[in-house]
Design a protein around this ligand. Structure first.
Ligand SMILES: C[S@@+](CC[C@H](N)C(=O)[O-])C[C@H]1O[C@@H](n2cnc3c(N)ncnc32)[C@H](O)[C@@H]1O
Length: 394
């Protein structure tokens, strides 16, 4: 592909990303993969270059752009060297007309910027949400070989004992060490939250929103005792990926999965009511803390969707209270930096359940106190953005 044809391809993909984001369609990475499935003439360098253009354009546009071309023109404003590629060549984009306007610059739509500001994020914190995410891995604490494993790439040691940072794009999933369960891909922030959670996870833990098991596995691998973790989720596809991962990590014996029926979650967990020492609620949320990985998510969110997430989070916290034993603990986590999905949810829970209180705040190597919990941000901690609070019953 010529450089101009790559720009045109990025414009076509951006058109789909924009309509997908607004209509709740596929995420950008899937749209990019699907685009190239039918265009075999594109080589790996073309794909990489087009992908980079698409993501760079998303990162520099605030409000939802009207078209992919307007989004790409915004990128031209930031990187003038791209303007010559709007050359009207056969497969390239048409020349930019004098009256054409680029999409508006910014980190996110105005209404979201206002919500992030009122959640205590300044300009530098917000700008960092559009950075590129690093590739973090967790070494499996159950594997003695983790001490002697020689990385074939440059590796940065992070603040947690088993956390390492590798160059972005390192194909770890092709390494034997990954296939043998020595390595898992996991953001440093997620590792810290799993470590904190692991300290409460004694005999019976319920990971209520376990997904494919990122935190379940980290908790299971870090534990020195033999408690049981029940990992549940309403998403069959995600949950089905958990046990193969647990087997690979050598922790399948301490983990079981339960598929939940949305709205009737307690049915599949009724035998555990009032029994769990620790219930982790890694709740579904807007994902504002993961924009570095999915920058187009900023265009997916609406005030209505945000309200719905908050209602689901309240609902799941109430459910967790029913599952926890007296003196048990709930860990509430969202990968969002909006107070509506963090600090405010904890305050609302404590109001609804006066017999519960927030556990005292402890200092960790990363993160800061926010409300009655801990906040991690890309700017301050180099992690995805998270809010986490531990709530204890009396
Ligand atoms: C943030 S993700 C969990 C990520 C996972 N804990 C990890 O560490 O990889 C939130 C999960 O909540 C699940 N979920 C949504 N509604 C739910 C419900 N009512 N009950 C349980 N899980 C739910 C979603 O399917 C999704 O997998």
């Amino acid at each position: 592909m010529t450089p101009a044809a790559r720009v045109q391809a990025a414009i076509e993909i951006l058109d789909e990303v924009i309509s997908g984001a607004v209509a709740g369609g596929a995420p950008a990475d899937r749209i990019v993969s699907a685009y190239f499935k039918t265009r075999r003439y594109a080589g790996s360098k073309d794909r990489r270059a087009v992908r980079e253009l698409v993501y760079s354009a998303i990162r520099v546009c605030g409000e939802v752009p009207k078209t992919g071309r307007a989004a790409m023109m915004r990128l031209v404003e930031e990187d003038a060297s791209l303007s010559v590629l709007f050359d009207g060549s056969t497969h390239g984009p048409a020349v930019i007309e004098a009256d054409e306007r680029p999409a508006r610059a910014g980190v996110a739509p105005d209404w979201l910027i206002a919500r992030l500001q009122s959640s205590g994020l300044d300009d530098a914190e917000m700008a960092a949400l559009m950075d590129r995410a690093p590739l973090d891995i967790r070494l499996n604490a159950k594997h003695a070989q983790r001490h002697t494993f020689e990385f074939p790439v440059e590796v940065e040691w992070l603040t947690l004992p088993n956390a390492r940072r590798l160059p972005s794009g390192t194909p770890v999933e092709q390494w034997d060490a990954y296939k043998d369960g020595l390595i898992e891909v996991q953001d440093l922030g997620s590792q810290l939250i799993s470590l904190i959670s692991g300290a409460y996870a004694t005999f019976l833990t319920i990971d209520l929103c376990a997904g494919a098991g990122g935190k379940t596995l980290a908790m299971a691998c870090e534990r020195t005792h033999s408690g049981r973790i029940v990992a549940s989720d309403t998403d069959r596809r995600r949950l089905s990926r958990l046990m193969p991962r647990a087997k690979r990590a050598g922790v399948a014996d301490s983990v079981e999965t339960r598929l939940l029926d949305p709205g009737k979650e307690l049915e599949a967990l009724s035998d555990l009511k009032g029994q769990a020492d620790f219930v982790l609620v890694d709740a579904p949320c807007s994902g504002t803390g993961t924009w570095r990985r999915k920058p187009e998510a900023k265009w997916r969110l609406t005030p209505d969707r945000l309200d719905r997430f908050a209602k689901t989070q309240d609902y799941l916290l109430d459910l967790a209270a029913e599952l926890t034993r007296p003196n048990g603990v709930i860990g509430f986590v969202t990968c969002s930096l909006l107070d509506e999905e963090g600090k405010d949810r904890v305050e609302a829970f404590l109001k609804r359940h006066p017999e519960w209180k927030a556990e005292p705040y402890l200092q960790f190597p990363i993160g800061r106190q926010h409300g009655q919990g801990l906040r991690l941000t890309p700017y301050h901690d180099g992690t995805d953005g998270f809010f986490v609070a531990m709530l204890g019953s009396s």
